[in-house]
Design a protein around this ligand. Structure first.
Ligand SMILES: O=C(O)C(=O)C[C@H](O)[C@H](O)COP(=O)(O)O
Length: 214
């Protein structure tokens, strides 16, 4: 299976930080703090009004980091994040309308799946790399193992309840290319502009991935 270079970047990093940005001005220092800790991808979720401008800024000002848009749930958002400079897109679920809109952008898209029916829809659309969401709540490692049995062609990025403590058990599965999570960017660190903390957590995560991958 050929793999898009952006997906290869997610895989190489091993950990995708899922971030919520309330104020545009924190976007660049936050991205730089992740980068300083060796994390060269950032998923900016469209949970807040500032997200689109933050994405645009990171795409323009922090060339070393892969700008990924998250929480893309409508076709209009798919087009918007493309214009804002996202190089890959993640959604919590799968719909045909977002699939179609994503096809128009040509960007790699990781739709979210949590059930066999979700996987059947994704596979039918040729979307073989998916977010497994919400990972821990949808059965964790055992759930993903069982779910992916009938879909040997699929690869996953488990997200939701993943942390430094359990990422190893996900990354040990051959069908898992990376994990996602918000733990690298705690709300408190953002509130206090504690970028050193974000860098420290990033470094820890990267070291763990390196250790696991030998
Ligand atoms: O906003 C979205 O679309 C999402 O993608 C959901 C996030 O990926 C998870 O909420 C992250 O889960 P935690 O790491 O447990 O905080």
């Amino acid at each position: 299976m050929s793999i898009a270079p952006e997906i290869a970047r997610l895989k190489a990093c091993g950990v995708v930080p899922v971030v919520v940005i309330d104020e545009v001005e924190i976007a660049v220092p936050l991205a730089e703090a992740l980068l300083a800790g060796g994390i060269d991808v950032i998923e900016i979720t469209l949970r807040r009004p500032a997200a689109m401008a933050a994405l645009d800024l990171v795409a323009k000002k922090v060339p070393g980091i892969l700008p990924v848009a998250g929480t893309v749930v409508t076709p209009a958002q798919a087009a918007e994040v493309h214009n804002a400079g996202a190089l890959a897109v993640v959604s919590p679920g799968f719909t045909e309308s977002v699939d179609e809109a994503m096809r128009k952008t040509g960007l790699p898209w990781l739709p979210g799946v949590a059930t066999a029916s979700d996987c059947m829809r994704a596979v039918s659309a040729g979307r073989l790399t998916c977010k497994f969401f919400p990972a821990e709540q949808a059965g964790g490692v055992a759930g993903l193992k069982a779910l992916s049995g009938p879909f040997p062609q699929m690869q996953f990025c488990p997200t939701g309840g993943v942390s430094l403590a359990n990422l190893g058990s996900y990354l040990a599965l051959p069908q898992v290319i990376c994990v996602g999570g918000s733990w690298l960017v705690p709300a408190d660190a953002v509130k206090n502009r504690d970028w050193a903390q974000v860098t420290k957590l990033s470094k820890e995560a990267r070291e763990k991935v390196a250790e696991l991958r030998g």
